[in-house]
Design a protein around this ligand. Structure first.
Ligand code: SF4
Length: 208
């Protein structure tokens, strides 16, 4: 492994000792719904919405008693509510019909659920089942390319590059660390490079 990459991995470990997902959930099903809602939305907003939604609709059996319109109304403030409601309901039906009401453990089964793509499946397998995976969301994509850990404009290629570069036993932790770093330091419009503990190792900073 290239020394700079190794240094970045070690530094990220030091800076983020116990990084955690900021979505709030109490079951694998709640996690899945929260991740679907989190596309193009802040975790803070999702937590406000799910706090109310999960009071009554915290299992796929209960969720499918809602109509599309009713669910849209409850999740409206998360944005893209039409598609998100459709995906949640279709995935919930799939979980009930094909998996006995339990969120499946295998990534290939998760990917077979309506509305579940690579990123969502990776978050769920890693968070719910502790299976190593790197979910490339907007933060992981931006930070890893700025740092020089990846070099691609494509999310899936970035994921593949990170899977090659980062030791597998660090995938889960590394993913959450980069999410937090992107959310609070390496922001999209104005990365706070002066306060960044990775600046001496960062490709973007060196080329500024
Ligand atoms: S130095 Fe700047 S661009 Fe590089 S990771 Fe830190 S905040 Fe992001």
């Amino acid at each position: 492994m290239n020394k700079n990459v190794l240094d970045i991995i070690n530094r990220v470990d030091e800076l983020y000792v116990n990084p955690k997902c900021e979505l709030e959930f109490n079951s694998n099903y709640e996690l899945l719904v929260a991740v679907i809602l989190s596309a193009q939305c802040t975790d803070k907003r999702v937590n406000l919405v799910t706090k109310e939604l999960f009071k009554e609709y915290n299992t796929p059996f209960k969720m499918i008693t809602l109509s599309q319109e009713e669910l849209e109304h409850k999740i409206r403030s998360c944005g893209f509510f039409h598609n998100k409601a459709k995906h949640i309901l279709e995935a919930s039906h799939d979980i009930v019909d094909r998996f006995g009401g339990e969120v499946p453990k295998e990534k290939k089964d998760l990917l077979s659920l309506a509305g579940v793509g690579e990123k969502t499946a990776n978050v769920v397998v890693s968070m719910a089942f502790k299976t190593p995976a790197i979910a490339v969301d907007t933060h992981v994509f931006r930070v890893s390319n700025r740092l020089g850990l990846a070099n691609s404009k494509d999310v899936f290629k970035t994921q593949k590059q990170l899977e090659k570069t980062i030791p597998k036993d660090k995938w889960i932790k590394f993913h959450y660390a980069l999410v937090l770093h992107g959310r609070y330091v390496c922001k999209s419009q104005r990365p706070n490079c002066n306060e960044c503990g990775l600046k001496d190792l960062c490709k973007y900073y060196k080329n500024k």
